[in-house]
Design a protein around this ligand. Structure first.
Ligand SMILES: *[C@@H]1O[C@H](CO)[C@@H](O)[C@H](O)[C@H]1NC(C)=O
Ligand SMILES: *[C@@H]1O[C@H](CO)[C@@H](O)[C@H](O)[C@H]1NC(C)=O
Ligand SMILES: *[C@@H]1O[C@H](CO)[C@@H](O)[C@H](O)[C@H]1NC(C)=O
Ligand SMILES: *[C@@H]1O[C@H](CO)[C@@H](O)[C@H](O)[C@H]1NC(C)=O
Length: 510
C-alpha cells in the first residue's frame, strides 16, 4: 500500500476529533455520512424557522466549533458559513414562505450538546427544582437532529413528572444520563397521582445512555401498600396518591435504546415500553428491594422487535413482564432476583383479547424469585400466546421455576369461565437448578387446553426452606417430553388435545 493521501489523512483527523468531542461513538457512522452535509437542504422549510429559539450559543462547546470547522474544510465549495458565526439565516437557503423573524436566527447544527446546567439546572441534591431546566434543554435538543441532552455526572437533579416528547422532534437524539435524577417524594407534587414520572413519547431513534441513575425514591409509596396495616394509614406515606408512577416510560417510539444506566426504587414499574417498535435494553441495572410491591422491572406492552440483554433486574414484582400486543421479543443474559420472575401476562383480564407471539428467553439466571418463567392468563379472555421458547435457564432457590397459570386471579376467588387465551407452541429446554415450593405447575384452561408444550433437559432439585414442597402439577396440558426430565412430568398428556376439546374459534390474533 502507498502513502495515504491528504484526503485520507483529513478523514482520519476528523475521526479523531469526532471521537474526542462526542461521547456517542455508536453514532459515529451517522456523523461520518454527513461530512458533506449542507445546511441549505434542511433550513429551507418554514417549520425550521418557526422553531427558532433564542438560546444562542452560550452552551456551544469549543469542541463543537472545531468539528464545524473541519466540516467546512472537507467541502468548501458546498458548505455555507458556520451558523455560529452567521448573524442571519443561511444565505444559501431559498426565501422561506413565511416572513423571517426580525431577530437573527441561529440554528443549531447536528450533534449539538445541550447541557441541563446551561439551562438553569442546579443539581442541588433536591434543594432546587430542576424540572423547568430539563424542559428547556429538551425543547432545544428536540429541534436538532442527533443532538445530545446532557445530564452531567456528579450532580443530583430533582425533577418532577416530565415528558420528553415528539412527534415534532428531530430523530437520533441522545439523552446522555451521567448524573442522578431523583423524584419528588411529597404527595403535593403528584396531585391525584400520575402514571409516569419520566416519559419519552413519539420519538424516532431515541437513546438513553450513560452511567447515571434514575432514582424514583419509591419507599414512600411502597409502605402505603398493605391495606391490612392499620398503622400505615397514619403515616405520611398514606398521603401518596393511589395511582403510582412508572419511573421511566417510553410510548409510541421507534428504535429506542436504553443502556448503561441504573433505574432504582421506582414507586411502581421501573422501565416500561408501550406501543414501541425496535427496543434495545442492555447493560442496564434495575434495582429495588424484594418488599417493594408492584415494582415490575421491565414492562412490555404492544411492542415489537424488543431485545433485552446483559442486564440485571432486582425488584418486588416481575423481572420482565410481557403483556398483550408483544411479538418478537428476545431476552437473554439477564440476571433476575429478587422478584417474581419472567412473566408473560396476566393476559385476558376482563374478557379482553390478548395476542403474544415469538418470545425467546435464553441464558437467563433467576435467583430467589417467586417463579422462574411463567405464563399467566385470566379466565374469560380471548386471543393467543404462540411460539414461546425458554432455554438455558438457571434457577437458584426459585419457588416455582416453570409455571403456566390460566386461572390467574388477584382476588380470593374468580368465577370460572369457559373462554380463555389459547396457549400453544411453548418449549422449555435446558432448565436447571433448585426450587423451594413446586418444580412445575401447568394449569391450562378446560375449554382451551394448552397444546404443543415441550420439555427437554429439565433438572430441578428441591431445596427445603420454610415452605411445604409440592409435586409436579398438570391440568389439561398436552405436549412432548423429549429428554432427561427430572423430576418426571408424568401428568403431561401426550399428543394433541382431542378435536372436540378445542373450541372452534378461529385464531382472533391472525
Ligand atoms: C462537495 O461539493 C460538490 C459540489 O457541490 C458536490 O458535488 C460533492 O458531492 C461534495 N462532496 C461531498 C463529499 O459532499
Ligand atoms: C456498561 O455501562 C457502564 C456504565 O454504567 C459502562 O461504564 C460500561 O463500559 C458499559 N459496559 C459495556 C460492555 O458497554
Ligand atoms: C412470528 O414468527 C413467525 C416465523 O418466524 C413469523 O412468520 C410471524 O410473522 C411472527 N409473528 C409476528 C406477530 O411477528
Ligand atoms: C373451576 O374450574 C376448576 C378447573 O376445572 C375446578 O377445579 C373448580 O372446581 C371450578 N370452580 C367452580 C366454582 O366451578
Amino acid at each position: 500500500m502507498g502513502l495515504p493521501d491528504l484526503k485520507t489523512i483529513g478523514i482520519m483527523f476528523l475521526l479523531v476529533i469526532l471521537s474526542l468531542s462526542c461521547n456517542c461513538d455508536a453514532r459515529m457512522q451517522k456523523h461520518l455520512r454527513f461530512i458533506g452535509y449542507s445546511r441549505s437542504s434542511s433550513s429551507s422549510s418554514s417549520s425550521h424557522h418557526r422553531h427558532h429559539h433564542n438560546h444562542h450559543n452560550h452552551h456551544h462547546s469549543s469542541s463543537r466549533r472545531k468539528r464545524t470547522k473541519k466540516k467546512s474544510n472537507k467541502n468548501q465549495s458546498n458548505t455555507p458559513p458556520s451558523p455560529s458565526t452567521s448573524p442571519s439565516p443561511s444565505p444559501s437557503s431559498p426565501p422561506p414562505p413565511i416572513p423571517t423573524p426580525t431577530t437573527p436566527t441561529r440554528t443549531k447544527k447536528k450533534g449539538t450538546i445541550f447541557n441541563v446546567l446551561d439551562f438553569g439546572a442546579k443539581g442541588g441534591d433536591g434543594g432546587s427544582d430542576d424540572t423547568k431546566a430539563f424542559e428547556a434543554a429538551w425543547t432545544a435538543a428536540c429541534k436538532v437532529e442527533s443532538s445530545t441532552m446532557l445530564v452531567p455526572s456528579d450532580n443530583t437533579f430533582f425533577v418532577g413528572p416530565i415528558s420528553f416528547s415528539g412527534p415534532y422532534c428531530q430523530s437520533n437524539i441522545v439523552f446522555q444520563l451521567d448524573g442522578t435524577i431523583i423524584a419528588p417524594t411529597s404527595a403535593r407534587l403528584w396531585g391525584a397521582g400520575m402514571l409516569k414520572w419520566v416519559e419519552f413519547t413519539k420519538l424516532k431513534d431515541i437513546t438513553i445512555r450513560g452511567r447515571g441513575t434514575i432514582d424514583g425514591r419509591g419507599s414512600v409509596w411502597w409502605s402505603s401498600e398493605d391495606p391490612f396495616d392499620e398503622f400505615s394509614n397514619d403515616l405520611t406515606s398514606s398521603k401518596m396518591p393511589h395511582i403510582k408512577p412508572t419511573a421511566l416510560r417510553f410510548y409510541g417510539s421507534y428504535n429506542v435504546v436504553v443502556t448503561g444506566i441504573m433505574i432504582r426504587n421506582s414507586p411502581q414499574c421501573h422501565l416500561k415500553f408501550d406501543n414501541c417498535v425496535g427496543v434495545q435494553v442492555y447493560n442496564t441495572t434495575i434495582s429495588s428491594p424484594k418488599e417493594s410491591a408492584n415494582t415490575d422491572g421491565i414492562h412490555l406492552q404492544n411492542s415489537k422487535d424488543v431485545s433485552i440483554h446483559h442486564s440485571r433486574v432486582g425488584c418486588g414484582d416481575d423481572c420482565v413482564s410481557i403483556q398483550t400486543g408483544c411479538s418478537d421479543v428476545e431476552i437473554h443474559h439477564v440476571r433476575c432476583g429478587p422478584g417474581h420472575g419472567i412473566s408473560i401476562g396476566g393476559l385476558g383480564k376482563d374478557k379482553t383479547k390478548a395476542c403474544v407471539s415469538n418470545i425467546t428467553v435464553h441464558n437467563v439466571q433467576l435467583q430467589g424469585t417467586m417463579t422462574g418463567v411463567r405464563i399467566k392468563t385470566w379466565q374469560g379472555g380471548l386471543g393467543s400466546v404462540k411460539n414461546v421458547r425458554f432455554s438455558n435457564i438457571q434457577v437458584d432457590e426459585v419457588q416455582m421455576p416453570i409455571v403456566i397459570d390460566q386461572f390467574y386471579c388477584d382476588k380470593k376467588k374468580c368465577t370460572n369461565q369457559s373462554a380463555a387465551v389459547a396457549l400453544s407452541g411453548i418449549s422449555y429446554e435446558n432448565i436447571k437448578g433448585t426450587f423451594t415450593v413446586k418444580p412445575v405447575h401447568l394449569a391450562c384452561s378446560d375449554s382451551y387446553p394448552c397444546s404443543d408444550i415441550s420439555f427437554s433437559q429439565i433438572q430441578l432439585k428441591p431445596i427445603k426452606l420454610r415452605y411445604h414442597l409440592y409435586d409436579v402439577f398438570c391440568w389439561h396440558t398436552y405436549g412432548l417430553l423429549l429428554s432427561q426430565i427430572i423430576p418426571p412430568i408424568d401428568c403431561l398428556q401426550t399428543g394433541k388435545p382431542a378435536r372436540n376439546k378445542i373450541q372452534s374459534n378461529p385464531d382472533s390474533c391472525l
